[in-house]
Write a protein that binds this ligand. Structure first.
Ligand SMILES: [Zn+2]
Length: 412
């Protein structure tokens, strides 16, 4: 099959005018000018006309469990109040509501051009009831704050459910809800089984206050649940996190990484609240990880400005995500790119587009398979309207309707 379009933005070199992509089964087998590609023997040519053909978008952080909470929680006075509100909403939901929510979320993500998604679920046991229409990495969101004596059991049963899916990882929820032991075990499993890990880190001012100062609303709330608070009052969230993931390694190994594995397993969501000493540690550290910024969720909570320029200059791989609809309006990564552009008008539209294609592909260890239109890559493609007049990447960011055409793993 050959797909022809007005322009093909491959993200592997400059966009190709009057371009085409040849697809065989689930793979891209050639890409170039239509005049060259049409020499391939094929029984099917799809002409998308005045449209731009793009790699499918990749959402690096979301929680489809909560798609049904759209518009249910207005912005709260504090992050802690928001946690209380979402807990109250969750108490009204049954397993069938979560399955419906996940299905609805996957369909919406696909409508807006997302072809791959990193989805955290608090209910790995429900995964077998879902047939995702897009490539889905399932991360079991793990919280042991209420039962730290059952951490092993929690991880084991999550893994049993996850292993029935082709792509999975583990997500200790956050430093304030997952024990040190839980983080360390996840790190050990990741080293052994080469799986991905993700967590929420340094998201709110209240998390910073809790760990650095042993005070504030989150500190009081979490303490009231019964968590041991001895780790509070010394280190920042980032400092604690780096200590934790390092101690999962052999004790003699320095805080550096092998040259052939330049990135850790961790996809870290947020990283909004950092001190000057945190920035120094990040700059010096050889342990690079992936960072997911969620621009609209960030605006909803009113977090401190995201330090995009500094984090990028330290070599961190920055991706975009939608987070859940308990703090966002839709699962459109186009809207996410526009929100980012509003806050960072000096960043080029092309670089912003990389944050939903090339960069998250790398975070998911798919840099040789997804995120670009290249020979040998998976056939995940989308089309959006374009005209010849303005910058193609500017036009991509402006797209606010569902995509007109998409292909996931060679299927339209
Ligand atoms: Zn999240």
């Amino acid at each position: 099959m050959i797909i022809r379009a007005r322009i093909v933005a491959t993200m592997d070199g400059p966009p190709i005018d009057n371009g085409a992509v040849a697809v065989s089964e689930d793979r891209i087998v050639d890409v170039g000018k239509f005049a060259e590609i049409k020499t391939h023997k094929t029984d099917k040519v799809v002409d998308l006309g005045e449209q731009a053909l793009l790699p499918g978008l990749i959402n690096a952080h979301c929680h489809l469990d909560y798609t049904c909470l759209r518009a249910k929680i207005p912005p709260q006075k504090s992050f802690t109040d928001w946690i209380r509100s979402i807990n109250a909403e969750k108490a009204k939901l049954a397993p069938k509501d979560y399955v419906a929510s996940i299905n609805e979320g996957l369909a919406e993500a696909k409508r807006f051009g997302t072809t791959a998604i990193a989805n955290l679920t608090a209910f790995p046991e429900l995964i077998s009831q879902v047939q995702p229409p897009i490539r889905t990495w399932w991360f079991a969101e793990l919280i042991d704050i209420r039962a730290p004596e059952r951490t092993n059991e929690l991880i084991d049963s999550a893994i049993e459910a996850l292993k029935q899916t082709p792509r999975w990882g583990l997500a200790p929820h956050a430093l304030f809800t997952a024990s040190k032991d839980l983080f360390r075990r996840c790190e050990e499993i990741a080293q052994r089984e080469h799986i991905l890990l993700t967590t929420h880190l340094a998201e709110s001012r209240e998390e910073m206050e809790m760990f650095r100062d042993a005070s504030g609303p989150l500190y009081e709330f979490i303490k009231s649940i019964g968590r041991a608070m001895a780790d509070c009052g010394n280190e920042t969230p980032l400092g604690l996190f780096l200590d934790l993931i390092d101690s999962g390694r052999s004790p003699n190994r320095p805080r550096t990484i092998e040259v052939n594995r330049p990135y850790l397993s961790w996809i870290v969501a947020h990283l909004n609240e950092l001190t000057e000493s945190d920035f120094e540690i990040l700059e010096r550290s050889n342990s690079k990880f992936h960072v997911v910024h969620c621009p609209r969720s960030h605006n909803y909570f009113g977090h401190s400005p995201f330090a995009f320029d500094r984090l990028r200059s330290f070599g961190l791989n920055i991706c975009l995500g939608t987070d859940s609809l308990a703090s966002n309006e839709s699962l459109s990564l186009f809207a996410e790119m526009r929100a980012f552009q509003k806050n960072f008008p000096r960043v080029s539209p092309e670089e912003i587009f990389r944050m939903v294609t090339v960069n998250p592909a790398r975070a998911l260890r798919q840099q040789n398979a997804l995120g670009q239109i290249r020979t040998g890559f998976g056939a995940d493609l989308i089309a959006v309207p374009c005209s010849g007049s303005t910058d193609i990447f500017e036009q991509i960011l402006a797209c606010d309707a569902p995509v007109s055409w998409s292909m996931v793993n060679g299927n339209t």
